[in-house]
Design a protein around this ligand. Structure first.
Ligand code: AMP
Ligand code: TRP
Length: 333
């Protein structure tokens, strides 16, 4: 089947190994499969749901586009574009917010986590963020959406919104109900400092994550300092229970090596962590350092990156503006 792929990444800086293994690596694989139509979006409208410095935002938009390209997404094969350059996203988000129910949004755990204790002070944008995400996907009739595990609930909401709109406006197949593409294994990479916390852009400790712009020495240092436990490497997969750091590091190794966790456990059973860490650093350097170097090279050519985003946005706009006209007709505008 011809798949239509859509996904987005926020230009909020510090793109890291979790973004790569949970999402971007899959984008590349999907982009390389024949017959897939892929659209990858730098979701800057989502980024401003929390305060951004305008200069930093501009830099991070280019850096996100550079990361897509450096990771292996071919801009001639896929559309890489900037959400704010296609006005249909904002228009569709408003219309869909009138279809969405407050009760549905109240269940979103990411809002609860990001808003923290003082919800009254969170932006309205942060609350309605998943509706904009639904607009992104539905405007392109995407059939499949590759994301990390943390976006699962938002995709379920997108499916509900699509179905309710189709129902409310008596157009059973108008919006395609998209399928999430979430890896079964390794869809949630954890912090290097705490195996129970997600690896995150916003963790104040730079040692908690491998950034995709880290050089060899930074990677070596972070793996060296990564938290472990006092035991030897596990002998079988059951020994990983209640050893979140060991499980996370082995998952990172397995995902980079494209092998299952069982095989990685076998490879290192009963060995010292130091031996494993050496191999892990080698593998990270082999896979991540070329990406890091390419990102830095691309960032020196702002004109090229801006041209890719402009061209991608023009192509995206052609698709999205057609769909928004149809949406408006159904609504009665
Ligand atoms: P964001 O940076 O929040 O825009 O996320 C971009 C993509 O990376 C989304 O598909 C997320 O689900 C994925 N992602 C972010 N953090 C992680 C993580 N720690 N492990 C796996 N996937 C992640
Ligand atoms: N909310 C996603 C995240 O933080 C980013 C995103 C925005 C997205 N729009 C999307 C992902 C559409 C997939 C499809 O990771």
């Amino acid at each position: 089947m011809n798949k239509k792929i859509f996904s987005g990444v926020q230009p909020t800086g510090n793109l890291h190994l979790g973004n790569y293994l949970g999402a971007i690596k899959n984008f590349v694989e999907l982009n390389n499969q024949k017959d897939n139509e892929c659209i990858f979006c730098v979701v800057d409208l989502h980024a401003i749901t929390v305060k951004q410095d305008p200069k930093e935002l501009k830099k991070n938009i280019r850096e996100t586009a550079a990361t897509f390209i450096a990771s292996g997404i071919d801009p001639n094969n896929s559309i890489i574009f900037n959400q704010s350059m296609v006005s249909a996203h904002s228009e569709a988000a408003w219309i869909l917010s009138c279809v969405s129910r407050i009760g549905w949004l109240n269940r979103m755990t990411q809002f609860k986590e990001k808003a923290g204790k003082d919800k009254e002070k969170a932006s309205i944008g942060l609350y309605s963020y998943p509706v904009l995400m639904a607009a992104d996907i539905l405007l392109y009739d995407a059939t499949h959406v590759p994301v990390g595990n943390d976006q699962k609930q938002h995709l379920e909401l997108c499916r509900d919104i699509a179905q309710k709109f189709n129902n409310d406006f008596s157009s059973p197949n108008f919006f395609k109900v998209p399928e999430p593409l979430i890896q079964k294994q390794f869809s949630r990479i954890m912090s290097l400092k705490d195996g129970t916390k997600k690896m995150s852009k916003s963790d104040p400790s730079n040692l908690s994550r491998i950034n995709l712009t880290d050089n060899k020495d930074e990677i070596l240092n972070k793996v060296k300092k990564a938290k472990t436990d006092p035991l030897q490497m596990p002998e079988n997969i059951k020994n990983l229970i209640e050893r979140p750091e060991a499980e996370n590091l082995l998952s990172i190794y397995s995902s980079l090596k494209n092998q299952n966790l069982e095989n990685s456990v076998k490879e290192f059973e009963g060995k010292n962590f130091s031996i494993f860490k050496e191999k892990l650093s080698d593998l990270l350097i082999e896979k991540i350092e070329p990406i890091s170097k390419e990102i830095k090279k691309l960032l020196n050519d702002e004109q090229y990156l801006d041209a890719i985003l402009l061209e991608g946005s023009n192509k995206a706009d052609k698709i999205a503006s057609k769909k928004i006209i149809e949406i408006k007709q159904l609504v009665g505008f």
